[in-house]
Design a protein around this ligand. Structure first.
Ligand code: ATP
Length: 611
């Protein structure tokens, strides 16, 4: 995926647009006036390109060819000096139709976002100055080092064939191996032009894409990485060839939507591979139907995730702040510049919504309108075909499209959702468990008692996910300890993760070395109050939990004690008065639920009182 701008820099960016509806392409009957007048640039390039005048981002379309064909024996599909229009005239319609409006090439989300906020937009594809306080060097003075250390003998090992796909910053060709294991085997080669790597950051982006592809090998729904090469002009990423086309094209060929049954099999594959990426500490950041390819043309061909060009490594407690992704699929917290792997889950929610009804959940004619909709609008579940969609499917989508990222299901949890139960999904280890258990073992006895009361309010059905996770930790005679957490993580982690992250994650669980947990305590440790609050029956759960707490756990406390337990300063106790019953000095129902919820820094009142 795109390397036009940095990911790691605040101006990073990208790919906005109508990409959802973008690639379907037979433009012959495009409807004027609805954004669909131009055709699919990948297939009918001459109808969409706008040679000559400066593009919407202020860069001349003439200046730099978008893609290098130097290494390809085949001709560029574009006329000389012409590249796809970098900015679509408008955003296509909400409904999927055939034919589709043109795909929109990269367009920075951030620039549109800044414009909305009244700040001057930075050039979208122009080099990002590296002396902007973000730690780069002055590229005007120091030539960029574009050597990657990859082998240089690409053409000795592979024979390039025709182009099979084109992104904004690279094109992908069919090729076959000339020697070794891949002799005569077809492969795909993504070719990224070094001429387009105009900053140290864009170079780093390519390096990271290769590193991530290497480190993630092994999942059946992930395109297999073979090798990376370079020469003076290009970087070549050799990978498994997927011959079945994009998920987007299949959605289109089915008239815009899937049956629930077929949608489930797609969603399970997406969740499975995304759960794998998240466990390995990788956030994809550009999940959309164009980035899933079918390995063959068969109806039941496996789906493969591609394009880790916007992906990044993320630690369990880390928040990322660069705005990247594609507008229709971007999560609210990405636009708020504080996000992590839950952003991918939102995108899967958007994809599932589209699969089930053929429309986008967040739609507007302009990019700023899309962002507004993502931030504020609730998706429509009333219009056709939603009344005939199962309530489980609707609940599933709603639990992915929760605007509060803490309330969203994780990919592993989603695989245990009732909608997918008949799919017999293999549920992978969830890194969220490690995060929650880490907090639990550091919490106070009162908090643990409250969590225990809460976990006891859940039904066996609601505990399926936790039971699966507990089994994955391979309890010894019903108990798990630090060793179980360590071995299970090692068993499920990639080599890169074992080297870089596992020690850190396990160290944080160190207090567990002196204790072991049976399933009951594990449930108390690994439930997320935020996720439970998102459930329709939360009120019932909370009431039952409080009844449990009254029987076992609720004790006389004071506002000072609670403030102390919640790590709050001396001015805070006045805030907690309502939490304690005057009659017996124990937590009230309100106090119980708020205490469970904890205090977040978002609560400006508390912050104020802490000062
Ligand atoms: N392994 C593959 N097998 C077959 N086709 C592929 C493969 N990888 C990529 N393609 C095709 O090449 C196109 C561009 O690839 P990719 O998305 O990785 O490039 P990009 O420049 O990063 O794209 P984008 O602008 O969409 O982010 C894809 O949309 C797809 O059609």
């Amino acid at each position: 995926m795109g390397h036009c701008c940095s990911k790691s820099d605040s101006v990073s960016v990208h790919q906005v647009n109508n990409t959802v509806a973008s690639s379907g392409g037979n433009s012959a009957t495009a409807t004027p006036g609805d954004g669909s007048a131009a055709a699919d640039h990948r297939r009918k390039p001459t109808q969409t390109v706008s040679p000559g005048p400066p593009s919407a981002n202020g860069h001349s379309n003439k200046s730099t060819p978008a893609h290098s064909f130097a290494a390809s024996p085949w001709q560029s599909p574009y006329p000389a000096g012409v590249r796809p229009s970098p900015s679509p005239a408008r955003t296509p319609g909400r409904k999927f139709r055939w034919p589709f409006p043109p795909p929109s090439p990269a367009k920075p989300i951030l620039s549109a976002f800044l414009k909305r906020q009244g700040a001057p937009a930075k050039p979208k594809e122009g080099p990002i100055p590296e002396d902007d306080g973000r730690g780069g060097g002055n590229e005007g003075e120091r030539p960029l080092d574009k050597s990657f250390g990859y082998p240089k003998n690409f053409s000795a090992k592979y024979e390039l064939g025709k182009e099979v796909g084109r992104g904004h910053f690279g094109h992908t060709c069919w090729a076959k191996g000339k020697k070794g294991e891949l002799k005569n085997q077809p492969v795909a080669v993504k070719i990224i032009s070094k001429a387009k790597m105009t900053t140290a950051i864009t170079i780093e982006d390519v390096r990271r894409e290769v590193k991530i592809l290497k480190s993630l090998s092994g999942h059946k729904n992930l395109v297999k990485f073979h090798d990376a090469f370079e020469d003076a002009q290009n970087v070549y990423i050799v990978m498994e060839l997927c011959e079945g086309g994009e998920l987007l094209d299949r959605i289109l060929s089915r008239g815009g939507r899937y049956t629930e049954k077929d949608a489930k099999s797609i969603v399970v594959q997406i969740l499975s591979v995304v759960a794998f990426c998240h466990l390995q500490g990788v956030v994809h950041r550009d999940l959309k139907p164009e980035n899933f390819l079918f390995s063959t043309r068969d109806d039941d061909a496996p789906l493969k995730i591609i394009d880790f060009g916007l992906s990044d490594f993320v630690r369990p407690d880390q928040r990322l702040n660069d705005i990247v992704g594609s507008a229709y699929y971007v999560a609210p917290e990405v636009l708020h510049r504080s996000y992590s792997i839950e952003g991918d889950i939102w995108s899967i929610g958007v994809i599932t919504y589209i699969l089930l009804c053929g429309s986008r959940p967040f739609w507007a004619r302009t990019e700023s309108g899309i962002f507004r909709s993502v931030l504020r609008a609730d998706p429509n579940f009333d219009d056709s075909p939603w009344p005939s969609v199962s309530s489980e499917a609707k609940d599933f989508v709603k639990r992915l499209l929760n605007k509060d990222h803490r309330k969203r299901m994780t990919a592993a949890q989603a695989l245990t959702h009732p909608w997918l139960r008949d799919q017999n999904c293999v549920v992978p280890l969830d890194i969220l468990i490690y995060k929650l258990v880490k907090s639990y073992i550091r919490s106070t006895p009162l908090k643990r008692a409250a969590l225990t009361a809460l976990s006891k309010a859940l039904t066996e059905d609601e505990l399926i996910y936790l039971r699966t996770q507990f089994e994955l930790l391979e309890p010894n005679e019903g108990f798990i300890s630090l060793e179980n957490f360590r071995t299970t993580l090692m068993k499920n982690a990639s080599e890169a993760m074992i080297e870089s992250r596992v020690p850190e994650v396990i160290n944080l669980l160190e207090p567990l070395s002196h204790k072991s947990m049976e399933f009951g305590e594990f449930c108390a440790a690994a439930i997320s109050i935020y996720q439970l609050e998102a459930l329709e029956k939360w009120e019932h759960i909370a009431t039952t939990a409080f009844e449990n707490f009254e029987v076992e756990g609720n004790r006389v406390t004071s506002a000072e004690e609670i403030a102390k337990e919640m790590n709050l300063g001396p001015a805070a106790p006045s805030l907690f008065k309502d939490w304690i019953r005057e009659s017996d000095g124990k937590l009230s129902f309100l106090g119980f639920t708020k205490f469970l919820h904890g205090v977040t820094l978002r609560n400006s009142n508390l912050r104020h009182h802490q000062q």
